[in-house]
Write a protein that binds this ligand. Structure first.
Ligand SMILES: [Zn+2]
Length: 429
């Protein structure tokens, strides 16, 4: 009898500390907008999420996991497909009646059975996804995306550089170089874009306009995402390429990136971006600032729980270790950015969006931010924002070489990501 009581007590104290930790995690990493706490409960019974604060008052959950099933649910998240997870969410609670294959598939570098040290590869057996940010492989596309710099930069010695950089060019070159390095160490690498100027649809934006644009506008209208007058506007000659990109293409293309990555089921994902100074709007002249930072999931703001899809991702980020793992990976990468690029790590005071749109983690330069990709990509990730492209020194360095894989600065960035990945993987074992 006494031992049963002791067992109960031990179990209760484990449960209590688990509940406390989850409540703290929600507050520290997930709730940028504190009032969003009226969408969930974490207590002795388990974790529930609600469609609205009114549904919470009425006790009508949208999804629920019993407190004793949390660990099992984590394994389910790790080992099931996106479709299986969506299906489970629709059912309203986690149950294991569907026999999912549950096996602990934590990152494990399977070192080949070979005694010769020089043949052992550090990343053998790992699946890594890389997302090279944006699309532009030329300045025309860079202009449509509004992710490019064109200005003259006057050097102190009287030299003049005509700067022409599209972010998509340098993210793609960085990804190519990084892919080679990772593969040389035995990793299997998946890229969301496979050629310069390509989108996640496997074609350029111009090709997409020809083949997919009209049917996409149609389906957005049919699903209520566009009004009749919007549909008429976007199918008329009044809609510019920029309008079509911004309103119709951009979000569905980002969704495609997340879908491709989730289908691939990587051990982790690297999302590559280069930054600019937010106060240098228009980017028609160089500026002085230069920092590195990285984003992971979390920091939900007002309206960020407005659909079942978004609420499911909130729930996943709360229960899984994706945020914790992402912080670890991102921190390893950030440290190498600072070391290899000789550029400082951003503090929260260095950009307004870090203060207003992010939550701090314990790791310098790593911030929770609810971006479309940090929300929808499952598993550990690093969303890197290296270097300010419009910095007076960086723009000149990044401007060199037409083939950006030959650009020395881009090569250093790829090496920094690579070293970050190596040290993250090494720390896991
Ligand atoms: Zn970017």
């Amino acid at each position: 009898m006494l031992s049963i009581l002791a067992d109960c007590f031990a179990q209760d104290s484990v449960t209590i500390s688990k509940i406390k930790a989850l409540n703290e995690k929600a507050e520290n990493f997930l709730l940028k907008e504190k009032s969003l706490s009226s969408y969930y409960t974490i207590d002795n019974n388990g974790i529930s999420i609600y469609e609205s604060p009114e549904h919470k008052i009425k006790g009508m959950h949208e999804f629920y996991v019993n407190v004793n099933k949390i660990e099992e649910f984590k394994l389910f998240l790790r080992n099931s497909s996106f479709a299986q997870q969506a299906d489970m969410y629709k059912r309203g609670s986690y149950d294991n009646s569907v026999q999912e294959k549950i096996n602990d598939s934590k990152i494990s570098v399977s070192i080949p059975n070979n005694s010769k040290a020089n043949t052992i590869k550090n990343l053998q057996g790992l699946r890594i996804a890389i997302d090279p940010g944006h699309i532009a492989g030329n300045m025309e596309m860079g202009n449509i995306e509004k992710k490019c710099l064109t200005f003259k930069c006057f050097g102190p010695d009287g030299t003049v550089d005509s700067i022409a950089i599209a972010e998509g060019m340098i993210t793609f070159a960085t990804a190519q170089l990084l892919k080679e390095k990772l593969e040389r160490e035995g990793a299997e690498v998946f890229m969301t874009r496979t050629f310069n100027n390509s989108s996640a649809f496997g074609i350029t934006f111009d090709e997409w306009l020809k083949t997919d644009y009209i049917k996409t506008v149609d389906s957005l209208y049919k699903t209520g995402k566009l009004s009749l007058s919007q549909k008429q506007f976007f199918l008329s000659s009044k809609a510019s390429k920029r309008d079509k990109f911004r309103v119709i293409f951009k979000d569905i293309e980002l969704a495609k990136r997340a879908e491709l990555i989730n289908n691939y089921k990587p051990d982790f994902t690297i999302i590559i971006h280069y930054n600019v100074d937010e106060n240098n709007t228009g980017w028609t002249k160089p500026a002085g600032k230069n920092f590195n930072m990285a984003f992971v999931g979390g920091a939900f703001m007002k309206n960020d729980l407005s659909s079942p899809e978004k609420r499911f991702e909130f729930f996943r980020l709360l229960i899984s270790d994706d945020i914790e793992e992402s912080i670890e990976l991102s921190s390893a990468v950030i440290k190498n950015f600072e070391k290899k690029l000789n550029v400082k790590t951003a503090t929260v005071k260095d950009a307004l969006y870090l203060m207003e749109g992010c939550l701090l983690t314990d790791e310098p330069g790593v911030y929770c931010r609810n971006l479309q990709l940090t929300r929808y990509i499952h598993g550990p990730l690093v969303y890197g924002e290296t270097l300010y492209q419009d910095n007076i020194g960086e723009c000149v360095r990044l401007n060199k070489e037409l083939d950006k894989t030959k650009n020395e600065r881009v090569q250093q960035v790829a090496e920094a990501y690579f070293q970050g990945v190596l040290s993250y993987v090494k720390n896991k074992h």
